[in-house]
Write a protein that binds this ligand. Structure first.
Ligand SMILES: [Zn+2]
Length: 320
C-alpha cells in the first residue's frame, strides 16, 4: 500500500523520506544517553536498575535497554512457560488459520522489527474473550474471543492490535519499567523460573501480562486499524468489535478485557475517526468463512463440521 494513502501518524512516527534514518539516529543517540545514565548509576554503587528513576519510559528507552534479540529470548522462555500452563486449542487447522491471519497482517506491517517470533496461537479457553502478546512476538488469542467475534475481520483486528503492541515495542517497555532489566535478563537466561512462572500464570488466568498506558493503547489501535486495512480487511470491523464488547459488559467472559483496556466506546470512536481519514477502505469481512471457523471452534459436530479445505484462506482483496 502506498504511503500516500495513509493519514498522518499520531506523533513523531511520520513515515517516509529521511525520517526513518533520523529515527534510527535518534534511537542510537538515545541508546547512548541511556547507557551513560545506567553506567553512572552502576558506578554510583546501585546494584540493580529499578523501575523508578527513568519513568516514563519511552519506546526509545525500551529499545536502548532491551534489544529485539533479548526481548525474543525473554519471549521464548515465557511462551514455553505459558504453554505448560494452558491448553492450546487442539485443532491444527484452526491454529494454522490464525497464524495465516497474523502472517497476512505482518506482510502489511513494515514497522515490524526483524527477529521476533511472530507466532499466533489459540488458547483453548472458551470462557475468556481476550488476547495477549508476550515479549518477542508471541500473540495468543483465547478461544472465547474466536467465538465472540462476528467475522474474520473482527478477529483479525484484535490480532492487529496485539501485533502493534509488538511492533511498537510496548511490551518490552512496560516490562522493563515494572521489573527492571536485571530481572528480565535472568528470566531470558532461564535463571528465574519462579518469575517466569508467575508471569505465565497471570497470562493464563487473566489474559494479562502487563498494563499498557493509554498512549500505548491509542497507538496500538492506530496501527491496528492501519495493519487491518492495509492487509485488505474491512476496518470498520475493528470498531464494531468494541461496540460488541461494550454491549456485553455484564458477561464475566469479557470482564478481564474491559478491566485492562480503555473504554471500548472511546476506542471505537477513535478507530472510526481514523477509518474516516483513510483514502481507500476495503470491504472484505470474511464472514462466511468465519462461520465455519467458529462452528469448528465451538465443536459443532455432524454435517456442519467444516473440513480443513473449508478453512483454507483465499487472500482478501488487498489495498494495493
Ligand atoms: Zn492493547
Amino acid at each position: 500500500m502506498r504511503l500516500s494513502m495513509l493519514p498522518a501518524p499520531p506523533d513523531d512516527e511520520r513515515a517516509g523520506s529521511a525520517t526513518a534514518a533520523r529515527r534510527r539516529a535518534r534511537r542510537a543517540r538515545s541508546r547512548m544517553a541511556v547507557l551513560a545514565v545506567l553506567t553512572a548509576v552502576l558506578i554510583a554503587g546501585s546494584a540493580t536498575y529499578a523501575c523508578g528513576p527513568l519513568r516514563p519510559v519511552t519506546a526509545d528507552v525500551a529499545e536502548a535497554l532491551i534489544s529485539v534479540e533479548e526481548e525474543r529470548r525473554l519471549g521464548d522462555e515465557l511462551a514455553r512457560e505459558l504453554e505448560t500452563e494452558v491448553e492450546l486449542l487442539d485443532d491444527a487447522d484452526v491454529q494454522r488459520y490464525v497464524q495465516d491471519l497474523g502472517d497476512r497482517l505482518l506482510a502489511s506491517a513494515p514497522e515490524a522489527p526483524e527477529g521476533m517470533a511472530y507466532r499466533f496461537r489459540v488458547i483453548d479457553a472458551p470462557d475468556q474473550v481476550n488476547a495477549v502478546a508476550l515479549p518477542g512476538g508471541y500473540v495468543y488469542v483465547f478461544s472465547g474471543l474466536l467465538l465472540a467475534a462476528g467475522d474474520e475481520a473482527e478477529l483479525t483486528g484484535v490480532l492487529a492490535h496485539e501485533l502493534a503492541h509488538v511492533t511498537e515495542r510496548h511490551i518490552a517497555e512496560r516490562l522493563v519499567a515494572q521489573l527492571g532489566v536485571d530481572a528480565l535478563a535472568q528470566v531470558a537466561l532461564g535463571r528465574d523460573p519462579g518469575l517466569a512462572r508467575q508471569l505465565a500464570t497471570a497470562v493464563a488466568a487473566q489474559g494479562v501480562l502487563t498494563r499498557y498506558s493509554r498512549e500505548m493503547e491509542r497507538e496500538a489501535d492506530y496501527y491496528g486499524v492501519l495493519y487491518l486495512a492495509r492487509a485488505g480487511w474491512y476496518p470498520e470491523s475493528y470498531a464494531q468489535f468494541f461496540d460488541k464488547l461494550a454491549a456485553q459488559s455484564d458477561r464475566p467472559e469479557v470482564l478481564a478485557f474491559l478491566q485492562t483496556h480503555p473504554a471500548p466506546a472511546e476506542r471505537a470512536e477513535n478507530a472510526r475517526a481514523l477509518i474516516a481519514s483513510l483514502t481507500a477502505v476495503p470491504t472484505f469481512t470474511g464472514e462466511r468463512r468465519y462461520e465455519r471457523v467458529r462452528s469448528r471452534v465451538g465443536q459443532v459436530v455432524g454435517d456442519a463440521t467444516p473440513s480443513a479445505a473449508d478453512l483454507a484462506l483465499a487472500p482478501p482483496p488487498a489495498m494495493r
